[in-house]
Design a protein around this ligand. Sequence first.
Ligand SMILES: Nc1nc2c(ncn2[C@@H]2O[C@H](COP(=O)(O)OP(=O)(O)O)[C@@H](O)[C@H]2O)c(=O)[nH]1
Ligand SMILES: [Mg+2]
Length: 279
Amino acid sequence: MAVNWFPGHMVGARREIEENMKWVDIVLLLLDARAPFSCRNRQLEKMAKGKLLLYILNKADLADEEATKRYIRQFQQQGFYAVAMDSMGGKGKRDVLSQVRKMYAEQAEKMKARGRRIRPARVMVAGVPNVGKSTFLNCLVGKNRVKTGDKPGVTRGRQWVRVLEDIELLDTPGLMWPKVESDEQGYKLALLNIVGEKAYQEYDVAAFLANYLQNHCPQEIARQLGEGLQMGNYEEILIRIAQKRGYLNHGAQPDLDKAAHNLLQEFRRGKWGRISLDG
Ligand SMILES: Nc1nc2c(ncn2[C@@H]2O[C@H](COP(=O)(O)OP(=O)(O)O)[C@@H](O)[C@H]2O)c(=O)[nH]1
Ligand SMILES: [Mg+2]
């Protein structure tokens, strides 16, 4: 029998998303702004067929600003709406809401033309793990968390929260697993904590990162680790980190595994600056 790598609970998660999708007008697809194309899930796009889609490049505060602008242009060229967002600081919230309104305007007009009451736009959030779905929801809803109650005929437990007079949000985000299609993409997802630590070796991911830093931000390496590092050799970087931090193993050799762990942690805490990973 072939290895069953598709986690059983994801089947349930997918069904739940499909079910919830029926009730919404707009799907906000959350991405990590540092690697939006790597954490994009085409299946989610397919599941949201017929809905209005808005890509949200979240954690924009951690990403390179120029890269974020470039990514947004790329999404737009592909015919998608996209906006940048920092859900921790709340920056971008107004852009998201005004974009949602703009997208919904046509549907609202139709209701009006038919003499019907314009009902609030129904919105849901979806994305892969750790892109900030919960934080984003909290940011949008804020303290005045008014539940609008179950809609009749809707499965018990589906809760809508009023964001504005004319926008309602489903309070549980849809969670999808990322689809990993290359080693490079996998390393990026590991760096952003989107795939769990059981799925990779820290050393390999750190090696990928060290290479990436050498190619894309050599000045940051020089600033943090000093000059004179041999380019094109990620191990040099790990050795230098081990030396600087005093990570030595028994034979007084640099402990590269510890250096790798440290590099990953520092990167994730933003200590290496605002770095975007997608091309
Ligand atoms: N700097 C920054 N951190 C964020 C942002 N959004 C979420 N986070 C952090 O990312 C981590 C994952 O967020 P969470 O909302 O739990 O992600 P979820 O798994 O998609 O629901 C948490 O540590 C959040 O504090 C953001 O816009 N900027
Ligand atoms: Mg969450």
